[in-house]
Design a protein around this ligand. Structure first.
Ligand code: HEM
Length: 411
């Protein structure tokens, strides 16, 4: 069988659905990165995939992904007790309701402040504005020292965090930009960790920076400064990545103007349902991957030990067996009901603390539930621009970045 690495890079989000269509029903068999690979989808497949007896993460991610998106030694690459100890750090920081509320309030304040500035400008690109305001909010929340939060540093950091996501799945200039961004910010945050440690903050001190600096791994040892920087960036970068979903939310509102008034007015139910539907409908993480811990069999397909197992996140979120009219944007599918644990998987599936499911889902939903109604209330125009979302590009976004003009004088 041909190795499909180049097809993946060339076809992007269309690659797995295309193979699935050609192979018919069941798991997709292919080759990727020189290895046999099996792509799965569906709630039962999610449970199979997140069983460590079936799939491990150590050495699963290729170097170009680690040197851009996640960082070497990141929680994403750990298994067993090492993973559980590191994951506990993220879960305690990111799933604490008061902490999530505090971050969300900061995001709301930054948005309201930014709108005051947008009123003075003929037009702004939402993608660039939202990445900056999320960077400011998360740096304040995480306890990044104020001396490292001046405006030019914030813009550079926002651009670097975006670049790390933007360049992980491509060869060429975007990828080189992502590598440079990661190198620069790992160096910067390793210094922040060392400075924090020199101030001898006791374990349990407040803020993400202090918690990461004080964290001890399963072996009882603190993280070396570089790995601590990697994990600090694993909080900052994905929070800023909510920019993608916010801009997709703007796109959804533009295409479905009948939803605007209700979204602007309603408090909880519709904004949350809208946030779920944005996460389901729009393409962001195409799949997640691990290596077969032993020879595996799934629905009649076999994979040798060390083969690649892909969980087809984008495919599952558009699977007609799970969703009525999957290519229709309809937040009502989530009003009055929360999705099942292994049904909606834009940020992975399974249990958060035990497996590799994203620990930032509460934050993602809370931030979107805060920003989408504000977006619906924003009095603005959407000038002519290229709003196409190319499926060949991973990650993708509206080509124009979503330009808004004539922002009126009310928040
Ligand atoms: C893991 C997506 C937001 C922190 C993941 C995974 C995905 C994902 C697909 C991998 C799941 C797996 O491999 O099984 C997203 C998307 C987000 C988002 C689309 C929205 C922009 C966040 C936020 C944070 C965060 C806001 C933190 C503030 C993490 C961490 C992991 C992770 C630390 C690694 C978990 C582990 O390996 O145990 N995310 N995420 N993410 N995410 Fe997110």
């Amino acid at each position: 069988m041909w190795d499909n690495t180049f097809s993946l890079l060339g076809q992007g989000y269309a690659w797995l659905p295309d193979l699935a269509r050609r192979q018919g029903h069941g798991p997709v068999r292919t080759r990727l990165l020189g290895k046999p690979a099996l792509a799965l989808r569906g709630p039962a497949a999610v449970r199979f995939f997140y069983d460590e007896d079936h799939v491990r993460r150590h050495t699963a991610l290729p170097e170009p992904v680690l040197s851009t998106l996640f960082g070497k030694g990141a929680v994403h690459t750990l298994d067993g007790p090492e993973h559980r100890a590191r994951k506990a750090l993220f879960v305690s920081l990111l799933r604490d309701a008061d902490g999530v509320r505090d971050l969300t309030e900061r995001v709301g304040t930054e948005w309201d402040r930014a709108v005051v500035d947008w009123r003075e400008r003929p037009q702004v690109t939402l993608f660039d504005e939202v990445s900056l305001l999320l960077t400011r909010a998360v740096c304040g929340w995480a306890g990044i020292p104020p001396g490292r939060q001046n405006p030019s540093e914030m813009r550079e950091l926002a651009d670097d965090l975006v670049a790390m996501v933007d360049g992980f799945a491509t060869a060429g200039p975007r990828h080189l930009r992502a590598r440079r961004a990661r190198r620069r910010q790992e160096e910067r945050f390793a210094q922040v960790v060392e400075e924090t440690r020199r101030t001898r903050v006791p374990a349990g001190g407040t803020g993400v920076v202090h918690a990461v600096a004080a964290h001890r791994d399963a072996d009882g040892m603190p993280l070396d400064a570089r790995t601590a920087a990697v994990e600090l960036l694993n909080v900052l970068r994905p929070t800023v990545a909510i920019t993608w979903f916010t801009v997709f939310g703007a796109h959804a509102l533009h295409r479905n103007p009948h939803l605007r008034e209700r979204l602007a007015r309603e408090r909880d139910a519709l904004p949350r349902a809208f946030a779920h539907e944005v996460r389901r409908f729009y393409p962001f993480a195409p799949f997640t991957a691990g290596l077969a811990s032993r020879p595996l069999e799934w629905q009649g397909a076999t994979l040798p030990e060390g083969g690649l197992v892909l969980l087809d996140l984008y495919g599952q979120n558009h699977d007609p067996e799970l969703w009525d009219s999957p290519y229709t944007f309809d937040p009502e599918r989530f009003t009055g009901r929360e999705p099942g644990r292994d049904e909606l998987v834009p940020q992975g599936g399974g249990e958060t603390s035990a497996g590799h499911r994203c620990p930032g889902e509460d934050i993602t939903l809370a931030v979107l539930t805060c920003l989408l109604p504000r977006l619906a209330r924003l009095d603005h125009r959407v000038p002519a621009q290229d709003l196409r979302i190319p499926l060949r590009r991973v990650p993708t976004r509206p080509r124009s970045g979503f330009v808004v003009s004539e922002v009126a004088r009310r928040v």
